[in-house]
Design a protein around this ligand. Structure first.
Ligand code: ZN
Length: 164
């Protein structure tokens, strides 16, 4: 079965490939990912976080709790304005760091049936989408936060590894 990969696992740095066949396997993967996300009490998960290099993300709209699967997602418009906010990541367990994100975004994607979608999101949902789409190109919150924050987190992770 799948497990959530954590920082240090090289798969998190890989670039995911476009999904080209919208088949039962894809729907199954999206369903599995939603279960894994909910079990881990996350609000978003990218396929690379479970070691699958496909452009697929799942998430919940934090305002409505509605679950979504987005295939081949891409941000096509974003606000110039960026706001700082605290973010965690299931692949960087136990930490939250301050990350600047566009206040609103427009995303184009497909659903698991291959039907095109256009989603306008703001505030926390926009943050979730930007975070998950970052994963598809191997980008983590540690790359987006300040150098001090990154050093702080990596030091704790190193100390934990040495202690275990
Ligand atoms: Zn993440």
């Amino acid at each position: 079965m799948y497990e959530i990969r954590t920082v240090g696992d090289p798969v998190l740095r890989e670039t995911c490939r476009d999904v080209t066949s919208f088949d039962a396997g894809l729907r199954r993967l999206a369903k599995d990912m939603l279960e894994i996300m909910d079990e881990a009490e996350g609000i978003g998960l990218a396929a690379s976080q479970i070691g699958v290099l496909k452009r697929l993300i799942v998430c919940r709209d934090p305002d409505t709790d509605q679950a979504f699967s987005f295939v081949n997602p891409a941000i096509v418009e974003r606000s110039q304005e960026e706001i700082m906010g605290s973010e965690g990541c299931l692949s960087v367990p136990g930490f939250s760091v301050e990350v600047p994100r566009a206040e609103w975004v427009v995303m184009e994607a497909c659903d698991v049936q291959g039907r095109p979608l256009r989603v306008e999101a703001k505030d926390t949902f926009a943050r979730v989408l930007q975070h998950e789409i970052d994963h598809l190109s191997g980008c983590l919150i540690l790359d987006r936060t300040s150098a001090e924050e990154r050093r702080r987190v990596l030091k704790v992770i190193r100390d934990r590894t040495l202690a275990s």
